[in-house]
Design a protein around this ligand. Structure first.
Ligand code: MD3
Ligand code: FE
Length: 220
């Protein structure tokens, strides 16, 4: 029998800045990005001034409720042709905005704190959630290299993150991700199914009624 999740996280928080393992090769760094939140938000504004948030379509033609943008050499895109990484923004044909130094440094530091040395992401997906926005259970498998971890940074309103295992039917667990939290997923957990429950109403002092999640990957 596993210990209840909240027990694990209480223990994690007592560790003051340390990495807490909550699944195989999956680590929570509670508040790791807090000291850089303002710089991150400024960089997000600059990125989305050039590559605005948009609701992509799934292969089946459904509008995703998460609004997305990207920075870095590669950006994740979805349309009627399917999911893939692309070097240019389909809205204007231009390269995605470059990855800001504050992003690359945070991703590498967080990966190292979770035991994944030498992480150099070439893609950062910027997800925007508003109350009611959700992300259904899926795997991240459009990247070329599953050996590299994925690092995720949460800003703004809290969200309930749901994750299972390698098989779609595996039992799921829940984890609350709050402003400034960073999660690193590698090894066995890299292909775990995961999603985000509909965002609850609320107002965050810096972001209002929004949550922004940065997801750093080695895609190419
Ligand atoms: C677990 N984003 O963009 S980040 C996604 O909060 C995505 O926006 C969510 O899932 C969000 O694909 C979750 C945490 C995350 C990211 C990648 C993972 C968890 C993961 C890959 C494997 C396992
Ligand atoms: Fe994902």
């Amino acid at each position: 029998m596993h210990a209840p999740m909240h027990d694990l996280f209480d223990a994690a928080e007592a560790e003051a800045g340390g990495a807490a393992q909550f699944a195989e090769d999956a680590w929570l760094l509670r508040g790791f990005a807090l000291d850089r939140a303002a710089a991150l938000l400024e960089a997000i504004d600059a990125i989305t001034a050039q590559a605005p948030f948009r609701h992509m379509e799934t292969r089946r033609g459904l509008r995703m409720s998460v609004a997305m943008s990207n920075c870095g050499a590669l950006g994740w895109v979805s349309d009627r042709r399917g999911y893939r990484y692309a070097a240019r923004d389909p809205l204007d044909g231009q390269p995605w905005p470059p990855m800001p130094a504050v992003f690359a440094r945070l991703a590498a530091q967080a990966a190292r704190a979770a035991g994944f040395d030498g992480f150099k992401p070439d893609a950062c997906l910027v997800n925007r959630y508003e109350p009611g926005t959700r992300l259904s259970l899926h795997q991240d498998r459009d990247e070329r290299d599953f050996a590299a971890p994925i690092v995720s940074v949460s800003l703004g309103l809290p969200a309930t993150f749901v994750f299972g295992g390698a098989a779609r039917g595996d039992r799921v667990q829940r984890l609350s991700l709050r402003h400034g939290d960073v999660v690193a997923w590698g090894g066995a957990s890299r292909l775990f199914h995961h999603g985000v429950l509909p965002l609850a109403e609320g107002s965050h002092p810096l972001l209002g009624a929004r949550r922004i999640n940065l997801t750093f990957r080695r895609a190419g």
